[in-house]
Design a protein around this ligand. Structure first.
Ligand code: GRF
Length: 194
């Protein structure tokens, strides 16, 4: 089960997924890391793990690369460019993203500051299938964290990121095991016992 990961930056979620493939909690391998930024630290993480790296910009170049690689799953992990409809249709059902909010709340950027400004008491992250509309595809799973009275967007972000690093590998493991699929635009879960 081959997994391609698209990044733009630090790649801490990439790292959590690589670690989960190494410790066997994901039955699969990260076969390539693609970044639209050549300075992304996640490329260094890929290099250290012996994973192929590509710096590509634009949907067409990435789609061509992925067509050759033919991964079973494409994981967006801090990939900070919006993918167009042609791309999301081409890879529908095999393309997932993690977003730092409890969707449908706070699509887009600056989610932590927005949750704080709204006076929310909980926040979190969501993993969803990617569709053309930004951060609006069917949600597979979410993780909730408390907002504490003295939180700043930085402290809240680090609490959410810790939750991301648990949630994203778990969802990838389910997909790799065939326990979750996109069927007729809805998330289907295998209900049989483990
Ligand atoms: C994460 O917070 C994720 O929710 C958002 O971008 C950030 C990426 O962080 N989409 P990292 O590059 O995985 O460290």
């Amino acid at each position: 089960y081959g997994i391609a990961v698209l990044i733009s930056g630090n790649g801490s979620n990439l790292q959590a997924i690589i670690d989960a493939t190494h410790n066997g909690s994901i039955q699969g391998q990260v076969s390539a890391v693609i970044s639209n930024k050549k300075e992304a630290f996640g490329l260094e993480r890929a290099r250290k793990a012996g994973i192929a790296q590509a710096v590509l910009s634009g949907d067409d170049a990435i789609a061509a690369y992925l067509q050759d690689l033919a991964p079973q799953l494409i994981v967006l992990a801090g990939y900070m460019r919006v993918l167009g409809a042609a791309f999301t249709h081409q890879f529908a059902g095999r393309l997932i993203n993690i977003h730092p909010s409890l969707l449908p709340a706070y699509r887009g950027l600056n989610t932590h500051a927005r949750a704080l400004a709204a006076g929310d008491t909980t926040h979190g992250c969501s993993v969803h299938f990617v569709t053309p509309e930004l951060d609006a595809g069917p949600v597979i799973a979410q993780s909730t964290v408390p907002i504490q009275p003295h939180d700043t967007s930085e402290s809240l972000q680090s609490r959410v990121q810790a939750a991301e690093h648990r949630l994203y590998p778990q969802v990838v493991a389910w997909l790799a095991a065939g326990r979750v699929e996109l069927k007729e635009d809805q998330v289907w879960f295998d209900q049989s016992p483990l």
